[in-house]
Write a new protein. Structure first.
Length: 554
């Protein structure tokens, strides 16, 4: 597939003087629009926050000076893909191929012996500087914290060193090259070079995969480079992507990049965590011909990398919870037994039985996929249900409010309704609140959904914004059916959403086999609660369904 649309999120303090910020914002938006057009894309969503300023707290406890967030425009592109099983994430994987290749008699994806190391390659645009420090995270940190003497000594950090605009057609080539590599199964990991440059991107891949890494970030122009050149090679944020590939695939990867007009450098390799010794995975990184990191344990580097997020978390929730989470992360990453995989894994037999819901039926069960203005997950939802043996129907909220569709229950031929994710009404009215108000206050929509909730012959599924909608309606969560009181309570005192590992016990949910429940990741919306309330909810038990009852619910 190829990127077709994008969502742009703009943050600025343009409402504050001087008024030139508004003009800068207009120029930035015009430039982004032109670039997207040149790439054959359109911007169909996003958010704008134009009052990004807040008063600070003075040392004496009073109101201090205003603190402004830096202006930024973040563009998130999305596209259709032909095969969602072909996924490449940032986690380095090659050193752990033996775990994924046990059924292949010791052979990796390329049909060769399972390698002990992976090759790390930097792909970038020829003729476009990737090692400019202007506007980089390093530039901002030095400008904010260092003295003028230090800034001068580093050199090249001024506005004149901003990376040049990359021609859109070359950016398209880089994207297409990544798609070809993924489609052909030639790479096992990939990560864009962003905040912090290649050095930070490399470490983030190592953090995610639990692997040791050894790399030389250059520059490689001969001679002894200056400190500024070394910093540019490590922390420059020009357009580039780091990828990992098995050694057997290296020649094909480089040939593919060359054919599509993408430049490359082989930076180093990934290795199993055990190669780092008892301290777990390590990082050895050279920059400018000198060792910047020499077998440094990743656990300590992760703590430094995550320090800012941990500190912010202390302000947003109970400090003890933030400290416990940080300690767990460091201990888990530093363990020699750390595996390059998530805490959960979907069994192959689950994927093999996706069509079981249609077995033994005269026709596949029908599911209504309900969407609202701003939602963007309906296509994926429909495709997933079709793979599982359902017949999905595209239904909009306006179909209900206009009376074109008068019901979504079993009597109307539907076995279930799925509320999809995205950003209904751009979340302007709150997450799912605008959507909930339409369904609650419009008579036709309310009547269309009236019989669905309590009908044991049907199911309801909410994902992302759809789950927030169900919570707002009071259909799920801790509110006991009271509208607007949904959600799950945690003890950290923070209103947020995190991935949690929970045990799936006996449930009326037709998609969960309670008899073979495993720990599965679930989005948990966290709100503060009293310990008594939490204990009461934990005591509640649901009746275990028989296979006959479960088939009825299907």
């Amino acid at each position: 597939g190829g990127a077709k649309a994008a969502a742009a999120t703009t943050t600025s303090a343009s409402e504050q003087p001087p008024s030139a910020r508004g003009a800068e914002l207009v120029d930035a938006v015009a430039s982004v629009s032109a670039s997207l057009g040149a790439l054959g894309m359109a911007c169909d969503g996003g958010k704008d926050s134009l009052s990004m300023v807040a008063p600070s707290v003075a040392p004496g406890g009073g109101v201090g000076s205003d603190v402004e967030a830096p202006g930024a425009c973040v563009v998130s592109a999305y596209a259709y893909v032909r095969d969602v099983r072909k996924v490449v994430g940032p986690a380095l994987r090659v050193p752990y191929f033996h775990e994924d290749a046990e059924d292949d008699e010791g052979e990796g994806e390329a049909g060769t012996d399972v390698p002990d190391q992976g090759v790390i390659i930097k792909a970038y645009l020829p003729g476009v500087a990737t090692a400019s420090l202007g506007g980089s995270a390093l530039h901002q940190a030095v400008s904010a914290a260092a003295s003028a003497d230090v800034t001068t000594a580093l050199g090249g950090l001024g506005a004149a060193a901003l990376p040049p605009d990359a021609p859109p057609e070359r950016l398209g080539n880089l994207f297409r090259a990544m798609q070809v590599l993924v489609d052909r199964g030639l790479i096992t990991a990939g990560h864009d070079v962003s905040d912090g440059g290649a050095a930070v991107a490399l470490l983030e891949m190592a953090f995610a995969g639990g692997c040791s890494v050894t790399a030389d970030l250059g520059p490689r122009n001969g001679g002894k480079p200056s400190l500024t050149e070394a910093l540019k090679g490590a922390f420059g944020e020009g357009p580039a992507v780091l990828v990992e590939a098995p050694p057997a695939n290296l020649a094909r990867v480089l040939k593919t990049l060359s054919a599509l007009g993408v430049a490359f450098e082989v930076l180093g390799f990934s290795a199993a965590a055990d190669d780092g010794g008892s301290e777990g995975p390590t990082a050895t990184v050279r920059a400018g011909g000198a060792a910047a990191l020499d077998r440094r344990p990743l656990a300590g580097l992760y703590t430094a990398w995550d320090a800012a997020a941990t500190e912010l978390e202390r302000f947003q929730c109970r400090p003890s919870c933030a400290a416990a989470e940080a300690a767990w992360a460091e201990d888990y990453l530093g363990s020699a037994e750390r595996r390059a995989r998530p805490l959960w894994r979907v069994p192959e037999e689950v994927m093999a039985d996706l069509g079981n819901f249609a077995a033994g039926r005269l026709r596949p069960p029908r599911v209504a996929v309900l969407r609202e203005e701003g939602c963007n997950g309906e296509r994926e939802m429909a495709a997933a249900f079709r793979c599982a043996g359902f017949e999905p129907f595209d239904v909009t909220t306006s179909d209900l409010t206009s009376g074109r569709i008068t019901g979504l229950g079993f009597e109307e031929g539907f076995s279930g309704v799925a509320f999809v994710g995205g950003f209904s009404y751009g979340d302007v009215l709150g997450s799912g609140r605008g959507w909930a108000q339409v369904l609650r206050r419009n008579r036709r929509a309310r009547e269309a959904l009236e019989g669905l909730r309590c009908d044991e012959r049907t199911f309801t599924l909410g994902v992302c914004n759809g789950a927030q909608l169900l919570a707002e309606l009071g259909w799920v969560g801790a509110g006991g059916g009271e509208a607007g009181s949904g959600g799950y309570d945690g003890d950290d005192g923070d209103d947020g959403e995190e991935a949690k590992a929970v045990e799936a016990g006996a449930s009326r949910m037709v998609f969960i086999d309670a008899d073979a429940a495993k720990e599965e990741p679930t989005a948990q919306a966290a709100e503060s609660e009293s310990d008594d309330d939490g204990a009461k909810r934990k005591k509640k038990k649901k009746k275990k369904l028989s296979n006959k009852e479960r088939r009825k619910l299907e």
